[in-house]
Design a protein around this ligand. Sequence first.
Ligand SMILES: [Zn+2]
Length: 112
Amino acid sequence: MATVPVYRWRLAPDDLATRRQLRALGLRPGGQDVAAQVERPRRRRGPLVAYLYSIEQAKPVRPMTPAKRAALAKANAARRTCPACRRDAGYVIPVSLGMCATCAFPEEQRAA
Ligand SMILES: [Zn+2]
């Protein structure tokens, strides 16, 4: 790997970001090489090193694949299905109830 500039902690240029900072911006390094690194000195141990990437060259986080989207939709549907009446409640079944409101409070539903 080519040598990269090393900056002191917090003194890195503004157009560079760590992987974590990119993620907060909805970005990922996208195959680019490390542009620089920052080092935070630590007592008696080696410095803490973080790698920096160019924000300019970063790419948006990969969009969700259709398969992943389908799996997520299925999981959400399962969470909305009441285990007592097997109906889609239209909302996520509260863990505290363990069933839909209609099943949990039949009297109140009839009164309403
Ligand atoms: Zn129910």
